[in-house]
Write a protein that binds this ligand. Sequence first.
Ligand code: SF4
Ligand code: SF4
Length: 215
Amino acid sequence: MAIQTRSLSWMERVYLSLLKGLGITFRTMFRKHIVRKYPEEPIPRSPITRGQPRLAQNEDGTTRCVSCGLCEFVCPAYAITITGGETERFIEREPKEFQIDMLRCILCGFCEEVCPKEAIFMSDELEFAGPTRAEHVLDKQALLRPISKLRQRIEFSNSIYNRWRRTALPADPAKNPAGPAAEPPVAIGVPHTDPTVRNAPSQDSNKNLPTRREP
Ligand code: SF4
Ligand code: SF4
């Protein structure tokens, strides 16, 4: 027996579309809301948050940066400009001026990764707006943040970067018969308290860092 069919009229098609749309609306009403009412509901931060780079400031108000220029060199966006200078402090050099052009910065984190003195970190500061371009070129004073504010990120970055850092061999000849000549190089800037470790970083600049975790 042949089944007879007929195509829907224009009105029937409109009604069916409306019913479909209402069905979707009805289902969505009971789903979990994914809209965040920013800025009343700020974006959650964690140590993994890679916000704007900031310079670490010791508790005595001094900077950790020794103006070595590595971060300036490695920055792919040419966002960093450093004017180095000498200092009477143990570290001998510190930046007279340190600028980051946040309009150029792509938040890649290379500066944090390359810094040998743990002086620059990706903070959890995400907000970034203003009416002029000039106010987004941050100077040293605008970049400095107390270590206490960067603590979580410092510990997090230590935990990931220390995987690639080599630790010193024991100074005890019984445990290290090859002698000190065979010791692997120790990454400068790794915070530690072990006096047998060569190339110990300045206690002046690193005294407030957490103890190194072994990889
Ligand atoms: S986060 Fe990347 S782009 Fe931004 S200043 Fe550091 S190295 Fe440059
Ligand atoms: S790499 Fe670190 S110590 Fe060197 S200039 Fe940059 S912030 Fe300063």
